[in-house]
Write a protein that binds this ligand. Structure first.
Ligand code: EPU
Length: 438
């Protein structure tokens, strides 16, 4: 198992290339199941979640070929039954249901459980499928959806916490092959939904309004193969922006889509950080001492939940009180006690974290709990005095392409070690983490 060692204190300087978006590529790979023809997806990030999705597609019968940054999928013959164990390990895999239902009129997929960031129900996905005419059964841990015929209609997809990203993706992918018109109201407006719709349109789908709260889909008989390059990862860009600001460095993000980063730029401006945009590049640098913020996470175009933990790490460096409220996932605060080990002063009050910033962080041994929490620990480790060790970084590798390599190029003192003596980068984990690093 890999872990990271960071010797903090180096300001980050230089350029970093942002990879393709994890949350765009996962539903796009699922969408390739909608046709028996060949699809080529480019700009693929090298992530364990992507490799996991490839396994899921292969287990369903698709032939998949991976090159350095592209994936070719040909799903000539498919089974509607997803492999229980492979699917339940990644929440994002729920988005194979829509394509299976659309193309095969049937899907049997393991019920995704909750995870450390919250309960993560799929009631809205199922509501959408039922509205299109599917019958849904929950049996022995599986969701079984069947629909001899899918019929378009108007579906309101708003839930307790607003819109649902993968729910919108799932219903959109089922509806492209339904009879008649489907209107998704209160659709998620995230850029990843727009990117998925762009790909589906290239495959022959008829979709209008993706990226807005109302999406209109006119079903077609059949989809064909297509080629597509995924959008840059806005959360990865936000993470490097926070790391640059936290370390008081100057970093240019290459291959970004600045239009997708407005909420991030807005908060960084308020925190006294400049974000200078030139085409697809953005340079991040502090204008002076960091200022505290009051931020609440919201669906797009609001401040993203996926960049909440990283902002909290940044706010430990802003003198004064910051309030960070999490409105999407109720338990997405697993990073708080670990940041506390590094000396951060953070108290939780319901769904808000109150950060008393401006104090020096000290290196410590900490544990990753989920993807974005891990990124927050990396940022904190980069500013902390002395050495920070972060265990369980398989969480980080799910969604950040070669983060240690990218940070090293920016001047960070960061190394990756493996606890298994068969690996060239073998080094036993410090005893303080050994017992729990299983
Ligand atoms: N919700 C329901 N019912 C549903 C579905 C969702 O009540 O049927 C609630 C959720 O509990 C949550 C809110 O709706 O409170 C929004 O959840 P959403 O469905 O939008 O989340 P998701 O689609 O499962 C994707 C990303 C997450 C990201 C969220 C929100 C992927 C693979 N995952 O999840 O990404 O946090 O949208 O933007 O696209 C991450 O990358 O670290 C990550 C967790």
């Amino acid at each position: 198992m890999d872990y990271l060692e960071i010797k903090g204190g180096n300001p980050l300087h230089g350029e970093v290339r942002i990879s393709g978006s994890k949350n765009a590529v996962l539903p796009i790979l699922a969408a390739t199941l909608l046709t028996e023809e060949q699809c080529v997806i480019r700009g693929i990030p090298d992530l364990s979640d992507v490799k996991h999705m490839v396994k899921i597609l292969e287990a369903l019968g698709a032939s998949v070929e991976l090159t350095a940054d592209s994936i070719t999928v040909e799903a000539r013959q498919l089974t509607p039954i997803g492999d229980y164990d492979i699917i339940r390990k990644m929440r994002g895999s729920v988005c194979i249901m829509g394509p299976l239902l659309g193309r095969l009129h049937e899907a049997k997929v393991s019920m995704p459980g909750g995870c450390v960031i919250g309960a993560r129900p799929i009631n809205l996905h199922l509501w959408g499928f039922r509205s299109l005419g599917a019958e849904i059964d929950l049996k022995e841990g599986y969701v079984i959806a069947k629909a001899p015929e899918l019929k378009g209609r108007s579906i309101f997809m708003g839930g307790r916490n607003g819109s649902t990203v993968l729910g919108t993706a799932n219903v959109m992918m089922a509806a492209v092959l339904a009879k008649g018109e489907t209107v998704i109201e209160y659709a998620a407006c995230e850029p990843e939904i727009k990117d998925l719709a762009d790909f589906l349109v290239k495959m022959g789908a008829n979709i209008k309004g993706a990226g807005s709260p109302t999406i209109r889909i006119r079903g077609v008989e059949k989809l064909h193969g297509a080629e597509h390059t995924v959008i840059p990862d806005r959360v990865e860009a936000a993470t490097y922006a926070m790391a640059a600001a936290a370390t008081d460095g100057e970093v240019t993000l290459l291959n970004t889509e600045p239009a997708h980063l407005q909420a991030i730029f807005h908060q960084l401006y308020q925190a006294n950080v400049s974000c200078t945009v030139r085409g697809k590049e953005v340079t991040i640098r502090r204008k002076g001492p960091l200022k505290p913020l009051s931020v609440a996470t919201q669906p797009y175009p609001g401040y993203p939940t996926d960049a909440q933990a990283q902002l909290m790490a940044l706010m430990t460096q802003a003198s004064g009180i910051s309030i960070i409220t999490e409105r999407i996932f109720e338990s997405r605060f697993m990073h708080v006690p670990e940041l506390g080990r590094l000396g951060a002063r953070i108290e939780l009050e319901g769904v808000s974290a109150i950060v008393e910033g401006g104090f020096e962080l000290q290196g410590a041994h900490v544990m990753s709990s989920d993807l974005r929490a891990s990124a927050a620990l990396v940022i904190a480790g980069l500013v902390a005095k002395s050495t920070t060790i972060i265990a369980r970084i398989y969480h980080l590798d799910r969604g950040y392409e070669k983060m240690d390599v990218k940070l090293r190029k920016l001047g960070a003192d960061i190394s990756r070690w493996n606890t298994d003596s068969n690996y060239p980068n073998y080094r036993p984990i410090p005893s303080s983490l050994a017992l729990t690093d299983e």
